[in-house]
Ligand binder design. Structure first.
Ligand SMILES: Nc1ncnc2c1ncn2[C@@H]1O[C@H](COP(=O)(O)OP(=O)(O)OP(=O)(O)O)[C@@H](O)[C@H]1O
Ligand SMILES: [Mg+2]
Length: 131
């Protein structure tokens, strides 16, 4: 165990404990600007935004989108991918959860994953320095 720990700590970029997390969140499309603004205010400096289709526990069937019940199984959503220092994760989750919430079905999900390595291409900075 001791050897493993020392070995991992010595790897460039770090394999464990580099304290960078990836937050994947789905939100309702009309909430994007509000969520982006709240996250920027909370100190988030970058994010990826993708238009997706998906379904949750209702399988899309009963969800209302733009005033009409969506006829097919997949409902349009926005997927956010945000890489932040671990110390910011709770605040980012709270910001998304508060801002994206309408109280109706389909408000979205938030997932948190470990990031093994991050690099800023222009400077070569890594991990927390890269975000
Ligand atoms: N288990 C899951 N894995 C991956 N993506 C998911 C999962 N659940 C939901 N999503 C994504 O999140 C979007 C919104 O999900 P949704 O908010 O409807 O979840 P839910 O569990 O059905 O909650 P609610 O009952 O409030 O609707 C889906 O369209 C899908 O893109
Ligand atoms: Mg749902």
């Amino acid at each position: 165990m001791k050897f493993l720990h020392v070995h991992r700590a010595g790897l460039p970029g770090g394999v464990k404990g580099n304290n960078v997390k990836l937050i994947i969140a789905t939100i309702k499309p009309f909430k994007l600007e509000e969520v982006r603004e709240a996250l920027t205010d909370a100190g988030v400096r970058g994010m990826m935004v993708t238009e997706i289709k998906g379904f949750g526990s209702q399988s899309g069937h009963t969800e209302i989108y733009r005033g009409a019940e969506y006829a097919v199984n997949f409902v349009p959503k926005i997927k956010l991918e945000i890489v932040v220092a671990a110390s910011m994760v709770d605040q980012v989750i709270d910001t998304i959860a508060t801002t994206a919430k309408t109280g109706k079905i389909g408000d979205g999900k938030i997932f948190v994953l470990d990031v093994q390595q991050a690099v800023r291409v222009r400077t070569g900075e890594t991990n927390e320095d890269a975000i």
